[in-house]
Design a protein around this ligand. Structure first.
Ligand SMILES: [Zn+2]
Length: 284
């Protein structure tokens, strides 16, 4: 298999479904998405997981909107959020932009639309009208799920106005927790590594980038890099809810874990973050 970034032959990774490019360190997984096909209980777990992440997402989305506002031209108005899920980013971005969301999960998107958010049901770019363009297109935790990423980037270019911004918020292969999960996988404890790739979930990750190989790929589709920054992958806000979801633990064990993570946060901040955001500008 050839690397989608640098065209080198990829090598076997840490699982039969995992590949790594020895040259640019891009990683891929042969895991199949199954949106709208999952069992009801799995949907519920995914929903709980999202709710537990709400506090962290809200802080991070606020920071992303601030960066976009700084980089966008003063007359930039329209913003498209691809995979808008519960609509939390739309709500945050609506303070500055005229927003539109696209969401393939009918149940999740329907709930956001019922709250009055402008969400269309479907996939990007099929849910857009031909020739429909925006000043900003955002993917929050979405691009790493799209198998044909080259076509998606081409469609981004086609649906952006001149000088438009493409914002990719995604997990980083340089991240502390991802690196730790790879270390565990090497000693045959695969659970954390499979969790990082969301193996077995309705929409698993199929790519793992770092800011460098992502920039190489995106700039080959008619963009230049405007800014990249990292965001916290751990926050004390909502942490207890996140830990509760990890498994059925007794209350004592839960609070011991909580205290341990609170103490570890300053240490974790010394290492590269697991969340990177890259902002690209459409080239003339
Ligand atoms: Zn490569």
């Amino acid at each position: 298999m050839k690397c989608i970034v640098c065209n080198c032959a990829t090598s076997a990774g840490l699982s039969p479904w995992h590949m790594i490019c020895p040259s640019c360190h891009y990683e891929s997984a042969d895991l199949k998405p199954m949106v709208n096909q999952q069992q009801a209980h799995e949907q519920l777990n995914e929903h709980d997981r999202e709710i537990a992440l709400k506090h962290l997402r809200a802080e991070n989305f606020k920071a992303i909107v601030e960066h976009i506002s700084e980089l966008a031209s003063p007359c930039a108005k329209s913003l498209l959020d691809v995979g808008s899920a519960h609509g939390w980013f739309l709500e945050q971005a609506a303070t500055r932009f005229q927003v539109t969301g696209v969401e393939p999960d009918v149940a999740v998107g329907g709930k956001a639309a019922a709250r009055g958010l402008p969400v269309r049901s479907g996939y990007f770019p099929d849910a857009l009208a031909p020739g429909e363009t925006f000043d900003v297109i955002v993917f929050n935790d979405v691009i790493e799920h799209i198998p044909d990423i080259g076509s998606a980037l081409g469609a981004c270019n086609a649906h952006l106005n001149a000088d438009g911004l493409l914002v990719l918020n995604l997990p980083s292969s340089r991240g502390f927790f991802y690196s730790l999960s790879k270390l565990f996988a090497r000693i045959h404890w695969n659970g954390p590594f499979e969790r990082m790739w969301q193996k077995g979930l309705p929409s698993p990750h199929v790519h793992y980038f770092n800011d460098s190989n992502l920039t190489t790929l995106v700039t080959s589709h008619g963009f230049s890099i405007a800014r990249s920054f990292s965001l916290a992958a751990l926050s004390t806000n909502g942490l207890l809810e996140r830990l509760r979801l990890v498994g059925k633990v007794n209350p004592v064990a839960l609070y011991v874990q909580y205290a341990a993570v609170i103490c570890a946060i300053p240490l974790v901040k010394l290492f590269p973050s697991d969340i990177v955001v890259c902002v690209f500008r459409k080239q003339p």
